[in-house]
Design a protein around this ligand. Sequence first.
Ligand SMILES: *[C@@H]1O[C@H](CO)[C@@H](O)[C@H](O)[C@H]1NC(C)=O
Ligand SMILES: *[C@@H]1O[C@H](CO)[C@@H](O)[C@H](O)[C@H]1NC(C)=O
Length: 139
Amino acid sequence: MKFTNALMTFTLSLFALLGMFAAHVSALPLHEDSLEKRDVYVPPVLYPHTGTVWKSGQRHNVTWDISNPPVNITNRIGFILLRSGKFSTPVVLAHGFDILLGRIEVTVPLVLTRSDFSVVLFGDSGNFSPQFQISGLDL
Ligand SMILES: *[C@@H]1O[C@H](CO)[C@@H](O)[C@H](O)[C@H]1NC(C)=O
Ligand SMILES: *[C@@H]1O[C@H](CO)[C@@H](O)[C@H](O)[C@H]1NC(C)=O
């Protein structure tokens, strides 16, 4: 069948493309090392934690541990995303702050009530909090 063949070709080229991408990504660290000595900084999130309950519309300080920062941080500008279950959502809770602040005030967005939320703190890389509850809309 023609359709199946076309689909097969498409799938194969997609895999080839992904393969090229993966090869490119794994080659990156070597390249960076040769430029300058920089440290990837991923401080652990302290709050929210297990047992935390936020309500939509409230303001809260997301906090993280800044006790052991490396001397040279690759990217000091942080942002925080909301995560639900295993998936990061595109919901930005805060952005453009200094990762060495250790806390940033956020407004809890309106969400459907769930207890599998977490926040993901990004500097160089992402570090997510334990799961906690946001009480929002109950349908
Ligand atoms: C967040 O922390 C700052 C500094 O400690 C404080 O002034 C502010 O009231 C806190 N915000 C909330 C919502 O607790
Ligand atoms: C930090 O960066 C400076 C300037 O690039 C460099 O001289 C120094 O060796 C670096 N320190 C560490 C611990 O990587």
